[in-house]
Design a protein around this ligand. Sequence first.
Ligand SMILES: [Mg+2]
Ligand SMILES: [Zn+2]
Length: 240
Amino acid sequence: MKTLIAFDFDHTIVDDNSDTWVIRSTPDQCLPDWLKQSYQKGRWTEYMGRVLTYIGDQSVHPDLMRAVMESIPFTEGMIELLTFISDNKKDLDCIIVSDSNTLFIDWILHASGMQSAVDDVFTNPASIDARGYMSVRCFHAHDCQQCPVNLCKRKVLNDFKENQAKAGVYYERICYIGDGGNDFCPSNDLKEGDIAMPRKGYTLENLLCKASSEGSATPRAKIIPWSNGNEILQELRALI
Ligand SMILES: [Mg+2]
Ligand SMILES: [Zn+2]
C-alpha cells in the first residue's frame, strides 16, 4: 500500500503567501487602504476577488501577474522533497490542499518543473476573462464550524480517501504537511499510523501542541515538526 502525502501550499511548499505575493504585480506594489480595510474575517476568498478586480483595473497584464507569481521562493528543501516524491511515485501519492487558487499553484508548479510530483490539487478555482481580469471562486461548501466558509481541508482529505477507496486505492498512512490554522482541522483528524508534520514555529505546531497538552481532541497520529523539506525527505526515505 502507498503513502499519501498531503501538502498545504502557502508557507509550506512556497515560503510566502501567494495571495499577498500577487500584490507585487501592481504598479505601486501595494493596495490602497480602502481595499485593505474591506477584509472581513473568515471571508478571505471574497476579499481576494476584490484584490484581483483591483489588479485588473490597474491594467496589469496576466502575463506579468504570472511572471511575478513564478518568482515566489520555494521553502528550503522543498524542491528536493518534491523531486524525491516524483522519483518514488510507486510508493507515494501526493496532493495539494490549499486556500490559494488553481492558477497560482499551476503557474508556480509548472515554472519549477515540479508538477510531476503532484497527483491532484484541491483549491479555489480561478480563471481569467477576455478583459484579462482574474477571478476566484470558493472551492466548496461544507458544514465544519472550525474552518473558513470556502474550504475545510479535513473534508477534502476525507472525500479524496473515499473516492480513492472506490477505485480500490487504500493508503498505508497519510502524512499531512502544513503550517497554518486551517491545517489543524485535517491534522487533528489523522488516525493512528498517520503523521502530522507541522512547520516549526508556525500556527499549526502551536495548535497541535495546545490540543495535546490540554488532552482535548488529542491527535492519534505521530507529530513530526520540520523546518525544511530535507528533514521531511529523510522521514519519508525511512518510511518507504
Ligand atoms: Mg499555509
Ligand atoms: Zn474543517
